[in-house]
Design a protein around this ligand. Structure first.
Ligand SMILES: Cc1cc2nc3c(=O)[nH]c(=O)nc-3n(C[C@H](O)[C@H](O)[C@H](O)COP(=O)(O)OP(=O)(O)OC[C@H]3O[C@@H](n4cnc5c(N)ncnc54)[C@H](O)[C@@H]3O)c2cc1C
Length: 317
């Protein structure tokens, strides 16, 4: 019997979706190991966060109240202390900018192996972690035979746990060494072009190089207006600065998991697909019937976007 510890993530007072996804992943793992699922929430409004994290399958929520928001040294010390105290078989941390900031330090402090960017976790006497390599062309499966491992988990790979739970709440008194706090987060600034968080959108219309010209984007914006969709794009559109970098979907952009993803004039390169393949329904509009995007599309329209999109707008209007 071995336990699992997951670390929740919050930003500017709000828990991030990955926290609930980690509960799903952590519960599956804890079941496979016949153990408990512990959730840690560090800093911020820990009581309110704990209430929200009380989802089905969580056994205990440990709160650490040592400041307002993220701090590398506090997180590293708190997670390390919790892992020392609970001895979980696995520590799951979000594979996000924040998680990747402290996960290596936690693994180092615990003298654990670190496996990053997990897309699948299995336990059968040993923990195996699947991760993608070479722009998702290869999947590698890593077995950890140590007694404890730290794993960062890719967002949007597990569904979030939604139903309420009845977890015990433990205010964990972490003995944070003040002298070891060598950095302070002084503020939070949106990156340039961070006008919208496409990773939270339920309905995305995404545009690619097939649009040909910046002025033609107006057509796609009209489609977004009439359907209420969020506008996103493939990398060339953002590289051209026709849309902000924050709207880029893919390996060097954002991962999205909307209910509907409409790819217009996008070929379906692996680097793009890696960011949107977990969408519930994929619709592709492309004039090349052999475009790889059709391999993953649920619905496809082979046609000229300059004819198809106006027809769609008219139909919706
Ligand atoms: C390290 C690395 C990271 C990368 N990260 C990303 C990333 O995060 N996101 C990303 O998107 N890309 C990324 N790329 C780039 C990626 O490899 C592709 O070059 C890019 O996704 C192609 O964008 P596209 O599909 O819009 O353009 P193209 O591949 O040029 O496809 C345009 C498509 O539009 C279709 N088309 C043309 N005219 C019309 C028309 N009139 N009507 C309908 N269809 C039409 C064409 O048939 C074609 O399929 C990355 C590349 C590298 C090397």
């Amino acid at each position: 019997m071995s336990d699992t510890l997951v670390v929740a993530e919050h930003r500017r007072g709000e828990l991030e979706d990955i926290s609930y996804e980690l509960i799903t992943a952590g519960r599956e793992l804890a079941d496979a190991m016949d153990g408990d699922l512990h959730v840690a929430v560090i800093n911020g409004d820990v009581d309110s966060h704990a209430e929200q994290l009380d989802r089905d399958g969580v056994d205990t929520i440990h709160t650490v109240d040592y400041g307002k928001g993220f701090n590398h040294d506090v997180y590293t010390q708190a997670v390390t202390e919790l892992a020392d105290s609970l001895s979980p078989r696995t520590v799951l941390i979000p594979h996000t900018a924040t998680g990747m900031d402290y996960a290596p330090a936690v693994a180092n402090a615990l003298d654990n192996p670190l496996v990053t960017d997990a897309i699948d976790l299995q336990y059968d006497e040993e923990l195996t972690v699947a991760r993608e390599m070479y722009s998702s062309k290869l999947e590698s499966v890593i077995a950890t035979d140590s007694t404890q491992a730290v794993v960062t988990v890719r967002p949007a790979e597990w569904p979030p746990t939604e139903s309420d739970g009845s977890a015990a709440i433990d205010a964990f008194e972490a003995e944070i060494d003040e002298a070891a706090i060598t950095s302070t987060v002084t503020g939070f600034e949106e990156t340039v072009g961070g006008d919208i968080d496409i990773s939270e959108a339920d309905f995305i219309v995404s545009v690619g190089r097939g649009i040909e010209d910046e002025e033609n984007l107006e057509l796609i914006e009209r489609l977004c207006d009439v359907t209420g969709a969020t506008l996103a794009a493939s990398r060339p559109i953002c590289d051209n600065e026709w849309l902000s970098k924050g709207r880029q979907v893919g390996q060097s952009g954002k991962d999205v998991t909307p209910d509907v993803y409409v790819a217009i004039g996008i070929s379906g390169a692996v680097q793009h697909v890696s960011g949107m393949k977990n969408s519930e329904r994929i619709v592709a509009i492309n004039n090349d019937s052999t475009a790889p995007i059709f391999d993953i599309a649920d619905y496809g329209i082979v046609g000229d976007l300059f004819e198809v999109v106006p027809a769609l707008i008219e139909e919706v209007e």
